[in-house]
Design a binder for this molecule. Structure first.
Ligand SMILES: [Zn+2]
Length: 147
């Protein structure tokens, strides 16, 4: 802050800019306080930390939610594990992957998905696995039904 005031004195920052800076800062502080009014005051939400949804079946790194899909946090090193949010296979049954689905899938290797829609428009439930193809590093869905 001292440096900023010093900068104003030197004319580096215009007064309005300085006020904007203060205003933004105050706004953020208010939002933070509001968010923190839960039972655990110490838990400050941080956008830079991602929830670990489970271990990647490929490399055991945490799987995190991204903008377009649920993917392995080790993707920078070439891990290709990802479940796209607009997954075509699921979309063909009018379903989108959810965080809950991904968690269960990573934990158990299989997930019971309710309310899938068949080509004839009938609702049904099925167990889905997401398995690595033997020909390449990509994954695809396998459907199973309870006997
Ligand atoms: Zn991985």
């Amino acid at each position: 802050m001292k440096k900023t005031l010093h900068d104003i004195e030197k004319g580096k920052l215009r007064k309005e800019e300085f006020l904007n800076f203060i205003f933004d800062f105050t706004n953020q502080a208010v939002v933070k306080i509001k968010e923190d009014q839960g039972p655990s005051l110490k838990k400050i939400p941080n956008k830079n930390t991602y929830e670990n949804l489970g271990s990647c079946p490929n490399c055991k790194h945490p799987v995190i939610e991204g903008e377009k899909g649920f993917g392995c946090s080790n993707w920078k090193n070439g891990c290709k594990f990802v479940i796209w949010k607009n997954d075509k296979y699921l979309a063909s049954m009018k379903k989108k992957p959810t965080k809950t689905m991904v968690k269960s899938l990573l934990k158990n290797g299989v997930v019971l998905v309710n309310g899938l829609t068949s080509k004839k428009g009938k609702k049904f439930d099925a167990n889905l696995r997401y398995e690595k193809n033997s020909e390449n590093d990509y994954y695809s869905w396998k459907m199973e039904f309870d006997k």
